[in-house]
Design a protein around this ligand. Structure first.
Ligand code: ZN
Ligand code: ZN
Length: 640
């Protein structure tokens, strides 16, 4: 039997009975059959039954007759209002509970605050909070969580400080909430310090939140320190640290942590596998990715994981696997479709990409910003100028997507490649916002293809305005000036480079052999088999020359320095990697290489001829696209 709560005010020291009698006159129908006790019983029962309308009916009666239930019963009613989204009813309950004479217990006020926070009515929550005679850790944490969810980081932080000043110790939930809102590295360090002082740094959720936060600010070493401080048996913390490295493009560390995790006897779940696949994608580790695939099979219907797998196959240039995986996916969302369209386009299968786009539309999936980027990319790489122009001009009308900077970039690429350089420049000038360095670089790329030196100089200068350290563009600009006999200008550029000590980023290529990554760089002899590789390389070059290969030393618009003659050209990193692939991989196996810079014309030609001569499938992934070399041709159609 629920008791009637304490009456604080003298005026209320009147018996219930007398109130009831007064009420009797005004509401004869309801009260005839209800004594205060039965009303209270009915109210209590309704609250626990979650019968909102009966509870409110009884509540109205109680309100008029100054009858109160206990805080636990009210808390049931408030929870019921929250679950039903019943704001109007909630307000009635609040009015009743806070009406003259009743002092709700702190936990009940907390439940009210939580309800308003969940309703996203922070002002109401705040008002209740401010009026509380005493606030406990739950009151503070509820408010902080509310601010964190509403992305009011400053308020969340301010409340943490006030809370500590008020003598209330934050708990793990407080810290998880503050960390969620944490907006800067400085405040993160402060919070971390507070957590350590409070001795809460061994709590799973706090540790995982700390790791996530350090990762968010790119502070991977700090994330690792938090992780290594304690022996970890919880998957959630492992997932945080593996995810941290995978998302920050440090696939090596992500994979080595994954191996450590397995040695500890922990089983990977969807989140772990998604991170591991991301790491494989970043490192182009197709073989390892395939092994992970086996573990993914048991989470067949996990869309995030399936999309990560699809992305891995696309980015590793294994379109056969990608197509197979895509065809057997039961559920596909806009990310799956976009991943496939972009994957096909980047790997040189533009027509398949556009066909996939048509199938996607028929399936009823609405394309998004990224999908259309893939479509324009496909048009651009297939040289489909009219089609691309049409998609670009109609994207807002048909799909409600306003062209962004990237779409303009794709169009500049499309027009530039096709030789419509003037139209490309007009398009750049018609952009609503200032063109970024990628756009100018794209135009510069088009000028290289079409050997338009004047425009190349103009675009190169725009690139250097935005990125004054770009060595490749300086070299190119000076080469353009030299070729057009503007010696003084050429000299000026060289001097600028020397004065500001700008050096070119060295080309580097990677190849995976027996699950090991081998890296190659020009003039770097650290590979244990380098002598044999060079010997083989000379041998292949000789045989190719006999078959008609002429080293291309005249790529003036392709960032090759004037003094680089045939010899270093032959030792470009991708050539070393290809030859090592031929040596180390079993016959018939695809040679897959990743490169940090764009492939030069000479290496492109070399790869084409060698793939044909040795009857090998060679895939080279550069920062922009993929080249699939087979049978003497490349999937890019010599157009990159
Ligand atoms: Zn090269
Ligand atoms: Zn190519």
């Amino acid at each position: 039997m629920k008791s009637i709560s304490i009456y604080k005010h003298k005026s209320l020291a009147v018996t219930l009975q007398s109130f009831f009698q007064i009420h009797h006159k005004t509401h004869p129908t309801f009260s005839q059959s209800h004594s205060p006790n039965t009303v209270l019983d009915e109210f209590t029962a309704s609250c626990y039954r979650k019968d909102l309308s009966s509870a409110i009916k009884a509540l109205n009666f109680m309100q008029e007759n100054h009858i109160w239930a206990d805080s636990v019963t009210y808390s049931e009613l408030v929870k019921c209002c929250l679950a039903r989204g019943a704001i109007r009813e909630a307000k009635l309950v609040q009015k009743h509970v806070f009406s003259n004479g009743y002092e709700p217990k702190t936990f009940l006020v907390n439940i009210f605050i939580n309800m308003y926070v969940k309703f996203n009515m922070l002002d109401d929550a705040r008002k209740l909070f401010d009026e509380m005679p005493e606030r406990n850790v739950v009151s503070w944490t509820t408010m902080i969580a509310g601010f964190a969810n509403a992305v009011l980081e400053d308020e969340a932080m301010r409340f943490l400080v006030l809370m500590v000043r008020d003598g209330v110790s934050p708990n793990t939930f407080t810290y998880s909430s503050v960390l969620k809102a944490c907006s800067g590295l400085f405040s993160l360090r402060q919070i971390h310090c507070g957590i350590s002082k409070a001795g809460l740094d061994s709590h799973v959720f706090v540790r995982s939140a700390l790791i996530d936060n350090y990762s968010k600010w790119g502070e991977l070493q700090n994330a690792l320190v938090v992780f290594d401080e304690k022996d970890t048996r919880d998957l959630i913390v492992w997932n945080s640290v593996i995810g941290a490295f995978a998302q920050n493009s440090d696939g090596d560390e992500a994979l080595s942590l994954f191996k450590r995790m397995k040695r500890c006897g922990l089983m990977a779940d969807q989140a772990t596998l998604t991170s591991v696949l991301r790491a494989c994608t970043g490192l182009s580790l197709l073989e390892l990715g395939r092994q992970v695939h086996v573990h993914v099979l048991k989470y067949d219907r996990d869309l995030i994981l399936s999309n990560a797998l699809l992305d891995m196959y696309c980015k590793c240039g294994s379109m056969e696997d990608a197509r197979f995986e895509f065809s057997r996916m039961v559920d596909k969302d806009v990310i799956s479709w976009s991943t496939m369209i972009i994957g096909l386009a980047q790997n040189g299968f533009s027509h398949d990409a556009l066909e996939t786009f048509q199938i996607m539309k028929r399936s009823g999936t609405k394309p998004n910003y990224i999908t259309l980027l893939g479509v324009l990319f496909a048009c651009s790489h297939a040289g489909l100028v009219d089609k691309g122009r049409l998609y670009f001009q109609s994207m807002e009308k048909f799909y409600g997507i306003k062209p962004g900077r990237e779409h303009y970039g794709c169009m500049v690429d499309l027009l530039g490649r096709a030789g419509n350089l003037d139209e490309a420049v007009d398009l750049i000038h018609s952009m609503g916002s200032d063109p970024d360095v990628v756009t100018w670089r794209t135009l510069l790329g088009a000028c290289k293809i079409h050997d338009n030196r004047d425009l190349a100089a103009y675009a190169a200068k725009r690139v250097l305005d935005l990125e004054p350290d770009d060595a490749g563009t300086y070299v190119l600009l000076s080469n353009v000036y030299a070729k057009t006999r503007r010696w003084e200008d050429a000299d000026q550029v060289r001097k600028t480079m020397k004065r500001t000590n700008i050096k070119k980023e060295p080309g580097c290529s990677w190849i995976e052999v027996n699950k090991q990554i081998h890296a190659f760089m020009l003039r770097d002899n650290s590979h244990p088999e380098i002598d044999e590789i060079i010997r083989q390389l000379n041998h292949y070059a000789q045989r190719l020359k006999e078959a008609g290969y002429v080293p291309n030393t005249d790529c003036v618009l392709h960032d090759v320095e004037g003094e680089q003659m045939e010899d270093p050209l032959l030792h470009h990193s991708e050539k070393l990697a290809i030859v090592y692939g031929l040596m180390a991989l079993t016959k018939g196996k695809t040679i897959r290489i990743k490169k940090n810079l764009r492939i030069c014309e000479d290496c492109h030609q070399f790869a084409k001829l060698l793939a044909n001569m040795e009857n090998r499938y060679i895939v080279i992934r550069d920062p922009i696209r993929y080249h699939h070399f087979q049978g003497g041709v490349c999937s890019c159609g010599d157009y990159w």
